[in-house]
Design a protein around this ligand. Structure first.
Ligand SMILES: Cc1ncc(COP(=O)(O)O)c(C=O)c1O
Length: 358
């Protein structure tokens, strides 16, 4: 191990423990696969592909289609096999990483594996945005870096309006920071930051096909940013990086986006139903969300996680981060899956009530 940079030795592999359960609500995937007719069309197109050939160097056709779909200049679109590849690449290039605490754990992990200095600013007790502290950090840092800002926020589900975010983005821009608005869940929220980003060249909008599109399996994410910044990010990425079948699946989905609105509407409706029902839980606290998941605070995350797993429902523990003591994250599934989760959650509530009385 002497050949490797010393900081790597102390670091964990990205923390994800694999479990199996009949009801899988642990990765914020869509419960809905690509519609059957599109799947059939995809199979047909895959049959015709020359897999002995490399894909395009920078997935130019796919980039053109994303640019058209988003109404964004082609030169400002960068793609990779998952937005987390792009986020880690930025962490590698940046002089420092500014993060929220808690936040999507990949940001801190990316800073650590790339040896980039990391600083985190805590959210408020109800996950309020620490605007003043962030402003101070952005203005007073020795040198600028990249600020990762998920909106809607993961893993709390909070959403801040473009009007609330804009002053921070402006301070970041003035101080030379790259301000990444990670919009992995934007389809489930009331608004996004794309229009504002057009006026701020240091802003990066990060999006993915893994959530609302129901295409986590193809691994595709992209940045929308200024041509200058896009050029720098592309330098960090290997050529020919988008597998041909991935590009074909995404192009097909974008050419038939009709299913998206329907899926998003179903998931939003279910999210509100599960939220309202869970508010009546005798022990757990549920937080309002603008994503496809809910954050739930329990008295003991390990007990709640194992209790749900025994009842066949797999969720994600979130209690490792400061501010998320006792917390679990539950993806919104199909109505049947959500009912199974709610039933298990209320049974656990009753069991723990009976234990306390007994
Ligand atoms: C906030 C956030 N950003 C990015 C990602 C990663 O997306 P991708 O599948 O495109 O790598 C996730 C996945 O859970 C996420 O929660």
């Amino acid at each position: 191990m002497k050949a490797l940079k010393p900081h790597l030795a102390e670091l964990p592999v990205y923390p994800y423990e694999h479990h199996r359960a009949p009801i899988k609500l642990d990765q914020n995937e869509s419960p809905y696969d690509l519609p059957a007719e599109l799947k059939a069309e995809l199979a047909e197109r895959l049959r015709g592909l020359a897999l002995n050939r490399y894909p395009e160097m920078n997935a130019e056709s796919l980039v053109r289609q994303i640019a058209a779909f988003e109404g964004w200049p082609e030169e400002g679109v960068v793609v990779a096999a998952g937005s987390n590849v792009l986020l880690t690449a930025l962490a590698l290039a940046a002089r420092r990483v500014l993060d929220l605490v808690p936040s999507f754990s990949l940001y801190k992990w990316s800073a650590r594996i790339t040896g980039t200095p990391w600083e985190g600013v805590p959210l408020g007790p109800e996950f309020e945005l620490p605007t003043t502290a962030l402003r101070v950090h952005l203005e007073d840092a020795e040198e600028p870096g990249v600020f990762f800002f998920p909106n809607p926020h993961a893993p709390t589900g909070r959403f801040w309006t473009p009007e609330a975010v804009r002053p921070l983005a402006e301070v970041a821009e003035k101080s030379g920071w790259i301000f990444v608005v990670d919009e992995a869940y934007y389809q489930f929220a009331p608004a996004d930051f794309k229009r504002q980003a057009q006026e701020l060249p240091g802003v990066v909008i990060s999006r993915t096909f893994s959530k609302a599109w129901g295409l986590a399996g193809i691994r595709l994410g992209y940045f929308l940013t200024s041509p200058e910044l896009a050029t720098q990010v592309k330098k960090l990425l290997p050529p020919f990086r988008i597998p041909t079948p991935t590009a074909v699946a995404a192009e097909l989905a974008m050419a038939h986006p009709g299913y998206l609105a329907e899926v998003v509407e179903k998931i939003r409706r279910e999210r509100e139903r599960v939220y309202l029902e869970l508010k009546a839980h005798p022990v757990w606290k549920v937080y309002k969300s603008h994503t496809n998941f809910l954050l739930v605070r329990t008295p003991d995350a390990e007990a709640a996680f194992q209790g749900l797993l025994r009842k066949g429902v797999l969720v994600r523990r979130m209690d490792g981060q400061p501010g998320l003591e006792g917390c679990l994250r539950v993806t919104i599934g199909t109505p049947v899956e959500n009912d199974a989760f709610l039933k298990a959650a209320f049974e656990l509530g009753e069991e723990s009530g009976a234990e306390r009385q007994g």
